[in-house]
Write a protein that binds this ligand. Structure first.
Ligand SMILES: [Ca+2]
Ligand SMILES: [Ca+2]
Ligand SMILES: [Ca+2]
Ligand SMILES: [Ca+2]
Length: 471
């Protein structure tokens, strides 16, 4: 009952939006006066940097941080997209082990007691406010929404005003992109036929890559069809890695061993790779890191040309994404990547466009005297020049855009320091010979547990399909 009512908040808002004609009241957002707590929100479709209005909505911020710091939002999905109005989340989690998405599989996260309304800041585009029950100003618990447009005329004037407690600093394009995704009801010709109804109506839930007939989905909703909050947490140094994650890093949270906590350095970040082993990334002290994360990158590997270039390599770390700002137009950035002690890389691969091939592709980032990777012990130094090879925006604009999606390579699966990743070793490089594949698959099974085997298998399947003749 309550679960329904919480989503019903949104419906009340929408209906009131359509019907209401309130006096216009002017609100001015005093963004310049605030320097509140910074958060990083990581979603399946990208990251968003958020500033909290600690002093302007203290109870609401404290309530929100209780959920954030408990990890309650991690894994929840964005359940309501109303393009041109709001994008709402912070309520529901889907666990397929518990049942179907539209049945027992979906449940509301536990809620703390509601907070008193602290309306004051206006609901303009890019602000974040708490959702609440219709007709009850003091009913906000866990759900919140991004204002996609200037909703001040409506939302400042109903139900005591919706409490704005934060604003987007960067990544509003990510929020807009999520709001632009296909919603459950939009898959169907008749959009009001109950196809999206479960414990509550999920008509407005963004669903990715569903296969639908006019009246039903051919595939059940799986976690990868939802846009989820992967993580949200305090990130006061603004490098996109949650500070408590950095604090759990190597050397007591000082991965580059300079005596300063990495969580207080925007040019240094420590974060776990796909094995959950920490990697530290360090830029020049005047530069700022961002968009950091590791991805298994199986589909990048499948696009290697020639495939034999990956022979004998072991991609245990996954692909690292990052960007570097404050580089200066046409400037240099030397990025140090510190691997776990005792590990060493021998090659470095990147995935993205180059000036001579504008299509995203996998290429080895060899050092040519100006750009490329150099190796020393457990460190890799990546040399970038803004606008040159390795800078994926290919422009001299003061930003090394996504120089990552590089692959670190260990010498072999034995000395690379641990499981995971994707190992390839093909005698003679004759890809496509079924016997060799099954031999390798068998070796992979023998070598490691299911998780490693699964990754290797996926990688092999990807490579195999890529190389198979198309008829
Ligand atoms: Ca950080
Ligand atoms: Ca440090
Ligand atoms: Ca940092
Ligand atoms: Ca650039």
């Amino acid at each position: 009952m309550k679960k329904y009512a919480l989503t019903y908040k949104g419906e009340v808002m929408r209906k009131t939006f359509l019907a209401a004609f309130f006096l216009i009241t002017s609100f001015v957002m005093s963004t310049s006066a605030t320097s509140g707590t910074m958060l990083h929100l990581k979603t399946d479709l990208g990251g968003v940097d958020i500033e909290l209005f600690d002093t302007l909505a203290p109870e609401t911020v404290a309530n929100f941080l209780n959920y954030v710091n408990a990890g309650d939002y991690d894994g929840t999905f964005i359940h309501r997209s109303d393009p041109g109005f709001v994008l709402q989340m912070g309520g529901y989690i889907f666990d397929p082990a518990q049942g179907d998405f539209f049945a027992e599989g979906t449940s509301h996260i536990p809620e703390d007691p509601p907070v008193m309304n602290e309306f004051g800041m206006s609901n303009v585009r890019g602000t974040i406010a708490m959702a609440k029950l219709g007709g009850d100003p003091n009913s906000a618990t866990s759900e919140f929404f991004f204002n996609l447009a200037d909703n001040s005329e409506n939302l400042d004037n109903q139900n005591g005003g919706f409490t704005v407690f934060a604003q987007v600093i960067s990544g509003l394009d990510v929020i807009d992109a999520i709001a632009g995704e296909q919603r459950c009801s939009s898959y169907f010709i008749d959009t009001d036929d109950g196809q999206c109804d479960g414990i509550i109506p999920f008509d407005n839930t963004p669903l990715l890559d569903m296969i639908a007939l006019p009246t039903e989905f051919l595939n059940a909703v799986a976690p990868q069809n939802l846009v989820k909050i992967i993580s949200i947490g305090i990130d006061n140094d603004g490098d996109s890695v949650i500070d408590r994650v950095e604090d759990d890093g190597p050397n007591g949270g000082d991965g580059n061993s300079d005596g300063i906590a990495d969580s207080a350095q925007s040019h240094v970040a420590s974060l776990p790779d796909i094995r959950n082993s920490y990697i530290t990334v360090e830029a020049n002290p005047l530069q700022v890191l961002g968009s950091l994360g590791f991805d298994e990158g199986t589909d990048y590997l499948s696009q290697a040309d020639p495939l034999s270039s990956l022979n004998g390599l072991n991609f245990v770390y996954g692909f690292l994404s990052l960007d570097v700002t404050n580089v200066g137009v046409g400037g240099n950035a030397d990025i140090k990547i510190i691997l776990p002690k005792g590990e060493s890389a021998v090659k470095f691969f990147k995935f993205g466009p180059t000036l001579d091939n504008l299509v995203d592709h996998l290429y080895e980032f060899t050092f040519d005297g100006e750009t490329g990777a150099e190796f020393s012990g457990n460190e890799v130094i990546l040399h970038f020049v803004d606008g040159k090879r390795g800078d994926s925006d290919l422009m001299a604009n003061g930003v090394i855009a996504d120089p990552g999606t590089p692959a670190l390579r260990a010498k072999n699966s034995g000395s690379g320091g641990g499981g995971g990743g994707c190992s390839l070793s093909m005698e003679g490089g004759h890809i496509g010979q079924a016997g060799a594949w099954w031999f390798l698959l068998g070796m992979a099974c023998l070598y490691g547990g299911w998780r490693r085997y699964q990754k290797i298998f996926l990688c092999m399947v990807g490579l195999h399909f890529r190389d198979s003749p198309v008829s």
